[in-house]
Design a protein around this ligand. Structure first.
Ligand SMILES: Nc1ncnc2c1ncn2[C@@H]1O[C@H](COP(=O)(O)OP(=O)(O)OP(=O)(O)O)[C@@H](O)[C@H]1O
Ligand SMILES: [Mg+2]
Length: 173
């Protein structure tokens, strides 16, 4: 993962519903690529993947951390590959079960929890980095970084904000 990010954005004070709905907006416009999720235990990485799944037309109930299976594969409008590097005895074993193919799948998205534990895996990968921080008030601060300059992050935020405004109007009624 090269360090020169073309696009960096921040979303602050997100509750769980908002974190998920933002991820859903991103999932709706993603073509392919890798989503590198970084954040402490319980930050909301799996929650984010559930939102992505929703955006891809996958039942979010199917999404759970792939600790024993190494990689979960969910099929929707696109294929969503889901790995979690936390406490993997032998992360290299992911390559035997097709991590490279998941990265290269032009019709699939790979979501990686604890991506920061093995930065060397992502050196040559273009993807979106999602850092989630737990705030003292329990809400989340999310930093989004992209090495591509196509503006996927801005576009997804725009879509999400429109949806948020509509939801607020709806909820006031
Ligand atoms: N704003 C929020 N965004 C996301 N999760 C939240 C938020 N507020 C509370 N939560 C709770 O925090 C927990 C996040 O859990 P989740 O499994 O998504 O974290 P994780 O980062 O995947 O953890 P792990 O490192 O164990 O894989 C859930 O229990 C969720 O209900
Ligand atoms: Mg998790």
């Amino acid at each position: 993962m090269e360090e020169s990010f073309k696009e960096v954005k921040e979303l602050d004070d997100l509750n769980e519903k908002q974190l998920k709905s933002y991820a859903e907006s991103l999932g709706k416009i993603l073509d392919s690529g890798v989503i590198l999720l970084i954040g402490e235990l319980g930050a909301g990485k799996t929650t984010f993947v559930k939102g992505l799944a929703r955006g891809l037309g996958i039942d979010e109930g199917e999404v759970r951390s792939p600790t024993f299976t190494l990689m979960n594969i969910y099929v929707g409008k696109k294929t969503l590959y889901h790995v979690d590097l936390y406490r993997l005895d032998d992360p290299e074993s992911l390559f035997y079960i097709g991590l490279d193919e998941a990265i290269e799948d032009e019709d699939g998205i790979l979501a990686v929890e604890w991506a920061d534990l093995f930065p060397e895996f992502w050196e040559d990968v273009d993807g979106i980095v999602v850092k989630i921080y737990i705030k003292p008030n329990g809400k989340r601060r999310v930093i989004l970084m992209d090495t591509e300059k196509e503006g996927i992050i801005s576009e997804s935020i725009e879509i999400w904000e429109k949806g948020e405004k509509a939801r607020q109007v709806f909820e006031k009624k």
